[in-house]
Design a protein around this ligand. Structure first.
Ligand SMILES: Nc1ncnc2c1ncn2[C@@H]1O[C@H](COP(=O)(O)OP(=O)(O)OP(=O)(O)O)[C@@H](O)[C@H]1O
Ligand SMILES: [Mg+2]
Length: 326
């Protein structure tokens, strides 16, 4: 099976075309408890060692794998990787994954490291031997760009005009920790333009932190930053039920989304500079925070699109890329 996996700072996203999985990039070493009250995410046993993966890790874990330790980091990566693959099925996988452009020079080492990862994985009542047939590492933004450009069923361009008219295609990926801006040239050939690509450390974690502070002022206290479902829902709805009453957070929500949206748009516009910006034909927005800069970017460009299922865009594009290679 072809699989696309996007290993983000915040979330692992993966798809095989038929199924998709998404879980927080959190791993803790646990002990199998086997009792009745289990929370939503995964208790995963790999070669006899039990881990809590995803939301469950946040609540139940005993010893957090220490990310500052390179070995532990490798172990965490292995757990996230094998969990995603085991959730997607039994067949050996041909996987496409991505690296941010800033780390792209490490791609060979990274793909060798991933290709060696195999194990016997138990999740719930299913045990699978997880292995890969091949692992290919592409620039991360290429994934979201393909998801934006292509019709998934036919792999045809959604809009041939995007490629024909020349100029630049821009991809803005608003992630947990960072926002990446990547520029592609369409003519004479579809190529990535390194000097017009970059990343800034504005991410959704900053948006949620600002919301947490404002929420605390309004409601007297606030949930922890790690409660991402709470902050995602509050950003989307603008109000919530909290300590016995409905809190109307819309004014604060709008101001914060506006402020970060403008900062992201400003970063993108300045990165390209006026002349190159005038040649941007389309701006695609991806990542879980795709909606945040939509309004601000729309004041700079008349064609801004949020890729559908924006948080999954890289994984979807990696999958499409793998499929196009057969
Ligand atoms: N529908 C939504 N509304 C608001 N926020 C969302 C939504 N979906 C996801 N998010 C948030 O968007 C953020 C970015 O998610 P995403 O999966 O794109 O990040 P990532 O790829 O893990 O991070 P990075 O790209 O920095 O490595 C997360 O903090 C997530 O909580
Ligand atoms: Mg990401």
């Amino acid at each position: 099976m072809n699989v696309g996996i996007d290993l983000g700072y915040g979330f692992v996203k993966a798809t095989n075309g038929a199924q998709t999985v998404k879980f927080p990039s959190l791993v803790e070493v646990g002990q199998s408890r086997g009792d009745v009250f289990r929370s939503a995410d995964y208790e995963v046993t790999i070669d006899g060692v039990t881990y809590f993966v995803g939301n469950m890790a946040r609540r139940e874990g005993k010893s957090l794998i220490n990310l500052s330790n390179a070995l532990a980091k490798e172990e965490e990566l292995r757990v996230l990787w094998l969990t995603a693959l085991a959730l997607l099925g039994d067949e050996p996988a041909s996987v496409v994954t991505g690296l941010p452009l800033s780390q792209y020079e490490t791609r060979e080492r990274f793909s060798e490291q991933l290709a060696k990862m195999r194990g016997t994985v138990t999740i719930g009542n299913k045990t699978r031997i997880v292995d890969t047939e091949s692992v290919q590492v592409v620039p991360q933004a290429m994934g979201a760009m393909m998801a934006g450009l292509l019709e998934p069923d036919t792999m045809a361009l959604r809009n041939p005009g995007w490629m024909q008219q020349g100029g630049y295609l821009l991809l803005v990926d608003v992630g947990t920790r960072t926002t990446g801006v990547v520029t592609f040239e369409t003519q004479p050939e579809f190529t990535w333009v390194a000097k017009l690509s970059g990343a800034t450390d504005i991410g959704m974690i900053d948006v949620f932190r600002a919301m947490q502070e404002a929420f605390g002022q309004l409601a007297g206290s606030a949930p922890r930053l790690e409660e991402t479902p709470f902050w995602e829902a509050l950003l989307t709805r603008g109000e919530t039920w909290y300590s016995g009453r409905t809190v109307d957070f819309r004014t604060q929500r709008n101001a914060i989304a506006d402020r970060f949206g403008k900062r992201i748009a400003q970063y993108a516009v300045q990165l390209l500079g006026g002349e190159a910006w005038n040649r941007v034909a389309v701006v695609f927005l991806a990542g879980g925070g795709a909606d945040v800069p939509l309004h601000a970017l729309s004041t700079h460009s008349s064609s801004v699109f949020v890729i559908s299922d924006a948080q999954m865009a890289n994984a979807t594009g990696f999958y499409l890329f793998g499929r196009s290679r057969g």
